[in-house]
Design a protein around this ligand. Structure first.
Ligand code: MF3
Ligand code: CO
Length: 255
């Protein structure tokens, strides 16, 4: 069942989303060579709690940390560790924050110092693929319209679309109906209505779309060891379009 949020619920989700945006903005300045992903997690958790939010990932199905920190060939769900970031890495920070029972969820890939052209290309086009999907959103469209827009953009740019993981509805729970795949057929799947909230989150690989999961049962890696990027927003369906609940501070320039 896809829930329709009331005005009050939307207000709370906006607050949760704003906390996610602020935490990303806060962490950004610390993403430099030498810091460990565990230190980033600690900074994030303290900051989230100082805002009055709850780091929903921590303890979710046993996940140990407030953020997912996925470096280079890690696609998603990287567990913060003693790994020290180094110049040339890319790292995706993914986090979910709960506020008064409602969730906000956003992921962003960051460059650590100077990165090579392949990683730049991957980041640029994965971010653009996210907005290609988001731009479709309005009442009456099908989930497949979003999926198709993302897949078409990714294929056009020769990037691998990870198919095993997808976007999702969000509300009281971090994962609600519907599933929002990053590949599919326009005109297929459930239709959106005003008041629904979904997370759109392409995970694109520089090489093959194939992935595998480490023995920790969380860390998802690319099969060929090439880098992967991941961008995610929580998006509300409005009367005549959409509203991003996890806006980036520099977003105006991107839309
Ligand atoms: N943003 C991630 C998602 O959409 C959050 C899950 S991480 C977990 O699936 F650790 F909490 F599982
Ligand atoms: Co998500």
């Amino acid at each position: 069942m896809i829930t329709i949020k009331s005005d009050r619920e939307i207000e709370l989700m906006r607050e949760a989303g704003k906390m996610v945006s602020k935490t990303h903005q806060y962490l950004k300045d610390y993403i430099k060579p030498g810091i460990t992903t565990k230190e980033l997690d600690r900074l994030a958790e303290n900051y989230i709690r100082s805002l009055g939010g709850i780091p929903t990932c921590k303890g979710y199905e046993g996940f140990p940390s407030a953020i997912c920190a996925s470096v280079n060939d890690t696609v998603v769900h990287g567990i913060p560790s003693n790994y020290k970031l180094k110049e040339g890495d890319i790292i995706t920070i993914d986090m979910v924050i709960g506020y008064k029972g409602y969730q906000g969820d956003a992921a962003w890939t960051y460059a650590v110092g100077k990165i090579d052209d392949d990683k730049k290309y991957l980041m640029e086009h994965t971010e653009k693929a996210l907005y290609e999907g988001v731009k479709e959103i309005k009442p009456g469209i099908h989930i497949g319209d979003i999926s198709f827009a993302i897949e078409s953009y990714a294929k056009k740019h020769h990037l691998g679309v990870v198919e095993e993981l997808c976007g999702h509805g969000i509300g009281r729970e971090m994962h609600e109906d519907p599933e929002v795949p990053n590949y599919g057929v326009a005109g297929e799947g459930p239709r959106l209505k005003e008041g629904m909230v979904i997370c759109v989150e392409p995970m694109l690989n520089f090489g093959t779309s194939s992935i595998y999961i480490l023995e920790d049962n969380w860390t998802v890696k690319t099969q060929d060891g090439k880098p992967s990027a991941h961008y995610e927003h929580t998006v509300l369906v409005t009367k005549d379009g959409y509203s991003i609940l996890t806006p980036r501070f520099d977003e105006e320039s991107k839309l």
